[in-house]
Design a protein around this ligand. Structure first.
Ligand code: AMP
Ligand code: GLY
Length: 427
């Protein structure tokens, strides 16, 4: 079987690694891929938003399955286009992908489907948005409607910051068309968790809970990043709560999408916040999180290829999706300066030593295979992921493995999973 994985992050390395464990898989292509995916299969130099080239490749190479890692190709309609060609694609259609592609759409769906979420209003007009901010006061959250590479959300703590953000989005159009419309919502506070489910349009199979670390620096300080580390399970969302949580945030969305004739197939990711009044959905993503994917796939016991085809074929109820009881912890090593500008091209050493540790896997993100060496080519460079019998063991092992890997001008947070460890001690 031939598989094409679209994307180039640590998530895509993890997807290729897991898919390659199925003996039916003869060939894996990754577009555009990274240094890690180059070691598992072939990298093809096509960007994740170049739909015509991706579709042509899938046809030419008679690909049996296309797996979309990031949201952009899905929002652009990759699944719809491949379906017309008779090529199976893992990931939702363009309508359902709008759950991530448009924050206004997503919030309206949540409101209609009865999913708990922060109180919100949608604005297309700058002046009314300004009045609303002045009337509501701070803190207040301003979100660009469209995709903004994870930078389109600002939790403003002063009116000045709120108005400046609004001006950037709606007047200066820093995010282009993505900011023509904004969602302004109530600021919530609490601990966050990620809850992901495989979906086949009707049925769902839950993955264990996980927690990302979005801030660049220790103690959740500094600018927001794509994610500096993740672990699973997250003690804030224990297994005994999975079923009721799915009833709250997964099931209503599947029902809503099915009723619209646009069934949601793929991974539905609910970003939750545990407030004083209970859990609230901050956002939906329509794909695996990065870095949550890495610990989740380390724990997944069931064959991923089988799960993906069951999602596409509407047969997820026939697959028993299980994960190991072990805990997984992934620490991202980034290039100094990320998420702003950072140097590239540094040689990475010690990867094989870290990978040789039992229960450790180094997933590569911003890397490139060049003249037989792995060099950095992005901001988030690696996600060093380890399994352990409990969270402290997984965390300890991940950091031991991190110490074996080196490149110039690297940095990582030393407190990944500390919050979970502290919570477990409280219980
Ligand atoms: P989103 O892309 O909507 O998840 O937003 C990214 C991040 O912004 C979230 O992970 C939260 O940390 C924060 N955020 C989003 N919405 C809110 C809110 N209503 N209140 C407080 N923080 C929020
Ligand atoms: N880790 C958060 C995301 O993938 O959106």
């Amino acid at each position: 079987m031939k598989i094409l994985v679209v994307g180039s992050g640590g998530r895509e390395h993890a997807l290729c690694w897991k898919l390659s464990q199925n003996p039916k898989v003869e060939r894996i292509m990754c577009a555009p891929g990274n240094g890690g995916t180059a070691l598992i299969g072939e990298n093809i130099d096509i960007k994740d938003d170049d739909l015509p080239a991706l579709i042509a490749l899938a046809k030419d190479q008679e690909v049996d399955l296309v797996v979309a890692g990031p949201e952009l190709p899905l929002v652009l309609g990759l699944e719809n286009a491949l379906r017309l060609e008779g090529i199976p694609c893992f990931g939702p259609n363009a309508y359902a992908a709008n759950l991530e592609g448009s924050k206004a759409f997503s919030k309206n769906v949540m409101a209609e489907a009865g999913v708990p979420t922060a109180d919100f209003r949608v604005f297309d007009e700058y002046d009314s948005a300004v009045s609303f901010i002045k009337e509501r006061g701070v803190p207040i959250v301003i979100k660009a409607d469209g995709l903004a590479a994870g930078k389109g959300v600002v939790v403003a703590t002063t009116e000045e910051e709120a108005l400046e953000t609004l001006n950037d989005m709606m007047v200066k159009q820093t995010f282009g068309a993505a900011g023509e419309r904004v969602v302004i919502e109530e600021a919530l506070s609490g601990e966050e968790a990620s809850f992901l489910a495989f979906c086949d349009g009707e049925n769902y199979a839950l993955l264990p809970s996980s927690q990302d670390h979005k801030a660049a620096y220790e103690g959740d300080t500094g600018p927001n990043t794509g994610g500096m580390g993740a672990y699973s399970p997250a003690p804030i969302l224990p297994e005994e709560k999975y079923s009721e949580t799915a009833e709250m945030c997964i099931k209503p969305i599947l029902k809503y999408m099915a009723a619209k004739g646009e069934p949601f197939k793929g991974v539905l990711y609910a970003g939750l916040m545990y407030t004083e009044n209970g859990p609230s959905v901050l956002e939906y993503n329509v794909r695996f999180g990065d870095p949550e994917c890495q610990p989740l796939l380390m724990r997944l016991e069931t064959d991923l290829l089988e799960i993906m085809f069951a999602c596409i074929d509407g047969k997820l109820d026939q697959v028993n999706v299980t994960s190991t009881a072990q805990t997984a912890c992934g620490v991202v090593i980034a290039a100094e300066g990320y998420p702003a500008s950072y140097p590239k091209g540094m040689e990475i050493t010690g990867l094989a030593d870290a990978d040789a540790m039992e229960g450790v896997k180094v997933f590569q993100a911003g890397t490139q295979l060049k003249d037989g060496k792995i060099v950095t080519s992005g901001g988030r460079v690696l996600c060093v992921t380890a399994l352990g019998d409990d969270l402290e063991a997984a965390q300890k092992k991940a950091y031991e493995a991190v110490e074996k890997v080196h490149f110039d001008k690297s940095y990582f947070r030393r407190d990944i999973a500390d919050k979970g460890v502290a919570r477990l001690k409280e219980l």
